[in-house]
Every structure is written in structure tokens, then in C-alpha cells.
Design a protein around this ligand. Structure first.
Ligand code: GDP
Length: 364
């Protein structure tokens, strides 16, 4: 599955947010008792209104949303790249994540200490980014030294690794994160395998006081401007409100949100933003037993997408019966879509689209 690491300086609201995310009623209602993999790792249901509509049409007994993993990564402080705080363990945890949700303290509260003694989310973002850049530089230099011994007569992968690491180092030496490096599609797989910390997409999460949850405040505006300049994403959230909402039933939560002038729970926005940030897509399998959402990446072909359900589906893939979401809804189900000529049989080279309703046929 896809993993999002929650990072940030101490006392910015990471744990509050993580707890809210993993306790939310929505996560539980969906037949997914929130599962604690480790105390700081949790799976959450990805909210998707389309799934409910499909299930209603098909009369599905069960609705099973797709999931995303969040990891609460505590211990990042100034000097982490030099082993301060939890240091290396912390960095190893980030390495394993696909993207980073960077929580920034945008709330004033004299009772809660700020490690740097002032509220400045943009400076905090830089503090953390600097640690991650230093850690990347150190690991790249170490890896380049090792590679240097293997370069002569080395295989293509070794040469490619060397080239990509040097490109990343050049950016970092200019004070830019590795995600600013333009990577060819051919290099994409290897680039990801390098697991550079600053190559991971970042979502800035502005934690504001309760009264600013709807529109943010001047600090979150500064973060939004910074994010835009970097081509990164940002969301405004009140971790405290989310914590309260997570203890309510669905109906109570809806009423509470309306009272606060919010259209959607911040956590839903956060999960969706994370999903978008990772370039993820959803396809559906729909039947009387269950309607279920599955996560893939943009560009995946049908066999690989089928493999998310079961390895055998990928190995023995024959074809995929396909109806686009809009066609399924317009036809009020499979039969109607068929009559309208919107039922397609697709083969191994079909690139699965977001919202596709699929039925795989396989041998084996
Ligand atoms: P972490 O160290 O980043 O995990 O931060 P915590 O989630 O433990 O939060 C640190 C303290 O800040 C706790 O006492 C939280 O209740 C408090 N806190 C978190 N979010 C907010 C907020 O939006 N407003 C206020 N006033 N306090 C908050």
C-alpha cells in the first residue's frame, strides 16, 4: 500500500492529527476496524463518494474503500541529520514512505512550548527541509564513494545510479531539494529506489487554532504562498477539531462541521490531498456481495492493476471488462451501460483510468 509519513518539529500537533486520522468513525464504519500495525502506523479509509453511489446501484452488501497508510514519525529536531533526537531511526522511517505530510504549527498557544521559541511555520519548514537535505547529501556522498569502485566495467544500472545521484547532489549543493531534479520516465523506477528524502513529494499541513479552521490565518497564508512557489501542496486543518470529530458518529460529525462552517472534515481533505500528491488513481470492482475501491498509480496497465487484488490476477490476466464510472452511473448499472454500448473488453495494454469499474478474467 501507499504510505504517507507525518513529520514536523515537536509540539506542532502531529500525534493529535495521527490519532484523529486513525480513530475517525468513517475509518471504522467502513468494515475496516482501524488496524494498528505499530503504535505509530495506521491505515485509513480513503473517502470516495463514487463508491457509495456504485454500491447503491448494484445493491452491494458491503462497501470497502481503499486504504492509505499514515506513519507518525516523531523525533525530528534541528540536528537530526547529525544524529540529534532520534536521528537515524527517524530518517530510516521517512525513507520508507512514498510522500511526506509536513505538519507546521500555525496556532498560537502560550501554554504549549515551541522548540524554537516563536511561531514561524515557514522558518520551521526550512529547518526540517535543511535537515533532510543534509541527510541526503551525506548519504549520496557515501553511496557515490561506494559506486566509484564499481564504475569501471560496471553494469548499466550502476552507471545510471551514479548519474542520478550526481544530479541530485548538484541540486542539493545549490540548496534545492532533490525533487526539483527533472527525471526522465525511463529513470523513474531507479530514482525512486534511491529513496532520497527530499525527492519525496511534500504536502504542508497547516495546523491552525479552532477558530481559523475554515479559512486559515496569516501564518497558513504564508505557508500556502511558500507551497505554491515550490509547486507543493498545502492544506489547512485544526488538529484539535479533527480530534473532537473523530470521537463523534457520522451524523454528529456532519452537524458539528456545519456549525463550524466547514464543508468537509479536514481529514478527508488531507487524505484526498495525499492521494492527489502521490498521483494515485482508483478503480472499482462492483457486485452484489461488495463494492470495493482499489488504488493504483497513474499509467498502470490492466494486468498490473489486477495484481493489486491478487498476484494470480496479474500472472493469468486474460482481459478486463470495463465500464467508465460516468457510464455506469448514466446506465444505472452494468446492464444499462451495456445497452448504451459503454461496456468494453480491454486487453493487456489497456491503461486503467481513474473511476473505471472493472471485472478481470484470468486463467490459473
Ligand atoms: P507533536 O509533538 O507534534 O506530536 O504534537 P502533539 O500532537 O503532541 O501536540 C502538542 C500539544 O499541542 C498538545 O498539547 C496538543 O493538544 C496541542 N495542540 C495540537 N494542535 C493544537 C491546536 O490546533 N491548537 C492548540 N491550542 N493546541 C494544539
Amino acid at each position: 500500500g501507499f504510505k504517507m509519513g507525518i513529520v514536523g518539529l515537536p509540539n506542532v500537533g502531529k500525534s493529535t492529527l495521527f490519532n484523529a486520522l486513525t480513530r475517525t468513525a468513517a475509518a471504522q464504519a467502513a468494515n475496516f476496524p482501524f488496524c494498528t500495525i505499530e503504535p505509530n502506523v495506521g491505515e485509513v479509509a480513503v473517502p470516495d463518494a463514487r463508491l457509495d453511489k456504485l454500491a447503491a446501484i448494484a445493491g452491494s452488501k458491503q462497501i470497502i474503500p481503499t486504504r492509505m497508510t499514515f506513519v507518525d514519525i516523531a523525533g525530528l529536531v534541528r540536528g537530526a541529520s547529525k544524529g540529534e533526537g532520534l536521528g537515524n531511526q527517524f530518517l530510516a522511517n521517512i525513507r520508507e514512505c512514498d510522500a511526506i505530510a509536513h505538519v507546521l504549527r500555525c496556532f498560537e498557544d502560550g501554554d504549549i512550548t515551541h522548540v524554537e521559541g516563536r511561531i514561524d511555520p515557514v522558518a520551521d519548514a526550512e529547518t526540517i527541509e535543511t535537515e533532510l537535505m543534509l541527510a541526503d547529501m551525506e548519504s549520496i556522498e557515501r553511496r557515490l564513494t561506494n559506486l566509484a569502485k564499481k564504475l569501471r566495467g560496471g553494469d548499466q544500472e550502476t552507471l545510471d545510479q551514479d548519474r542520478l545521484l550526481k544530479a541530485a547532489l548538484a541540486a542539493l549543493n545549490e540548496g534545492k531539494p532533490a525533487r526539483t531534479v527533472k527525471v526522465d520516465a525511463d529513470d523513474e523506477r531507479l530514482w525512486r529506489m534511491l529513496q532520497l528524502l527530499t525527492a519525496k513529494p511534500v504536502l504542508y499541513v497547516c495546523n491552525v487554532e479552532e477558530s481559523c479552521a475554515a479559512n486559515g490565518n496569516s501564518q497558513s497564508d504564508r505557508v500556502a504562498a511558500m507551497a505554491r512557489a515550490q509547486g507543493a501542496a498545502s492544506v489547512v486543518i485544526s488538529a484539535r477539531i479533527e480530534e473532537e470529530i473523530s470521537q463523534l458518529s457520522d451524523e454528529e460529525a456532519t452537524m458539528f462541521l456545519e456549525e463550524m462552517g466547514l464543508h468537509e472534515a479536514g481529514l478527508d481533505r488531507l487524505i484526498k490531498a495525499g492521494y492527489a500528491l502521490l498521483g494515485l488513481r482508483t478503480y472499482f470492482t462492483v457486485g452484489p456481495k461488495e463494492a470495493r475501491a482499489w488504488t493504483i498509480e497513474a499509467g498502470w496497465l490492466a494486468p498490473r492493476a489486477a495484481g493489486v487484488i491478487h498476484g494470480d490476477f496479474e500472472k493469468g490476466f486474460i482481459r478486463s471488462e470495463t465500464i467508465a464510472y460516468d457510464d455506469y452511473i448514466a446506465g444505472n448499472g452494468e446492464a444499462g451501460a451495456k445497452e448504451a454500448g459503454k461496456f468494453r473488453v480491454e486487453g493487456k495494454t489497456y491503461e486503467v483510468k481513474d473511476g473505471d469499474v472493472l471485472h478481470f478474467l484470468f486463467s490459473g
